[in-house]
Design a protein around this ligand. Structure first.
Ligand SMILES: Nc1nc2c(ncn2[C@@H]2O[C@H](COP(=O)(O)OP(=O)(O)OP(=O)(O)O)[C@@H](O)[C@H]2O)c(=O)[nH]1
Ligand SMILES: [Mg+2]
Length: 386
């Protein structure tokens, strides 16, 4: 027969043990503090003779689970980057920021495009950075190379002249191929066919702020066609006859009805269409609806420009070509200024202001913001809504 004191002690011990098991099951932290596994890891973490202590991996228990799950509602969208194998360092720099600022939560797939095969180094380095899908596309030669209809003598004279005039990339054929490809072909690539929206990203750009909403869904739900962050004038030397071709296209009877009512034409001109004011959305950043480019209006527009040959006889950029397309074939309200995306492509940046800067936890200096620069076309964009 146990004495009352012993019985009492037994009851206390029994209660403590029962509580231990209940709390171990119910409370992960408690379990973690007292687990034998943890004790074992501490024993294992003890130095092994001849092995530098840092070689012992940090125990898993220290790691905080990154248990993001992609939201259920998603747009049909991809992040798209045109790049060469040699661009890899800039590519991973941009991509890491896209992941950290946005995509590790949203998990949109990536599509990389190149006119040459991507090498293993490129593929391995980008694939490491994301849990989302990654695809590598080869650009068909007929979408990339200077077409046979281009008079190479005339094109090479133009290049030489531009080199003399120190026009940036003025002597480059690959740069022209790239501009023409971005203007009229990327959205036809096999790998982009399943998608309706894309976010264009370039190597070596900077994203300053956390983006805590899905810009593709924003575009979709609000019927937006084209999104930008920076607008500025093009170098006139690269597009001397582009506006003539735009006017010819618009004046052609067979194109009547392609230009939409309520468009953003006045973003492009200060005198009712006589001259191009050279303003364009900087296309190194784009979030857009692929239907804009795939539709009959832009397709006819691109065909017209391509036949004129200015991608090679001059050096038409995809930025003015896309911008003119967006301004003619979308209603002005369908062009969206992504004010809350802090973004830099050398040498300009858009830095969100006021509450948006704090909301996005942006690290750019709000004073360094191209919107208010004398050279920015942002004012002309705002003007069309007045
Ligand atoms: N595959 C491939 N991609 C290219 C080529 N040239 C440019 N690109 C890509 O096309 C995009 C635009 O080229 P950039 O060289 O950045 O042109 P840019 O922005 O006008 O000029 P930078 O001030 O040099 O950035 C980038 O995504 C490049 O990686 C090329 O010859 N082949
Ligand atoms: Mg660039």
């Amino acid at each position: 027969m146990l004495s009352p004191t012993r019985r009492y002690l037994l009851l206390v011990v029994g209660t403590v043990i029962t509580l231990h098991f209940i709390v171990s099951f119910a409370n992960e932290d408690y379990n973690h503090m007292v687990s034998l596994r943890r004790l074992k890891e501490h024993v294992l973490a003890a130095p092994t003779p001849g092995v530098p202590p840092y070689k012992v991996p940090v125990p898993a228990e220290y790691r905080i689970a990154q248990n993001y799950t992609a939201p259920e509602r998603k747009a049909s969208a991809a992040i798209v980057m045109l790049a060469r194998n040699s661009d890899i360092d800039g590519v991973v720099s941009s991509m890491k920021q896209v992941e950290d600022r946005f995509n590790k939560r949203f998990r949109y797939p990536y599509v990389f495009l190149n006119e040459e095969l991507f090498d293993d180094n490129f593929k391995n380095r980008v694939s490491e950075l994301t849990d989302a899908g990654v695809q590598f596309g080869l650009i068909p030669a007929e979408h990339w190379n200077q077409p046979a209809e281009i008079d190479e003598r005339k094109a090479s004279e133009a290049r030489e002249q531009m080199v003399k005039n120190r026009v940036i990339y003025g002597g480059s054929i690959p740069y022209r191929n790239m501009c023409r490809y971005n203007s009229g072909f990327f959205y036809r690539h096999e790998l982009l066919k399943p998608f309706q929206y894309y976010w264009r990203v370039e190597p070596s750009v900077t994203f300053f702020c956390d983006l805590e909403y899905d810009p593709f869904l924003y575009m979709q739900d609000n019927d937006k066609m084209y999104g930008f962050t920076v607008a500025l004038p093009e170098y006139i030397a690269t597009v001397p006859t582009l506006w003539d071709e735009v006017r010819a296209f618009m004046g052609n009877e067979s194109n009547k009805g392609l230009v939409v009512e309520g468009n953003a034409f006045d973003f492009l001109t200060d005198n009712g269409g006589k001259n191009y004011n050279l303003c364009h959305f900087w296309s190194n950043f784009e979030i857009a609806n692929l239907d804009l480019w795939r539709g009959p209006a832009y397709s006819a527009f691109f065909e017209h420009l391509d036949r004129a040959g200015g991608f090679y006889y001059e050096r038409w950029g995809d930025a003015p070509v896309h911008s003119i397309g967006a301004a003619l074939f979308a209603r002005k309200e369908q062009i969206h200024f992504f004010d809350d995306i802090g973004y830099r492509h050398e040498p300009y940046q858009h830095c969100p202001q006021g509450a948006a800067h704090a909301k996005g936890k942006c690290w750019c200096d709000p004073k360094q913001n191209f919107d208010n620069d004398y050279y920015s076309c942002k004012r002309k964009f705002d003007r069309i809504f007045q």
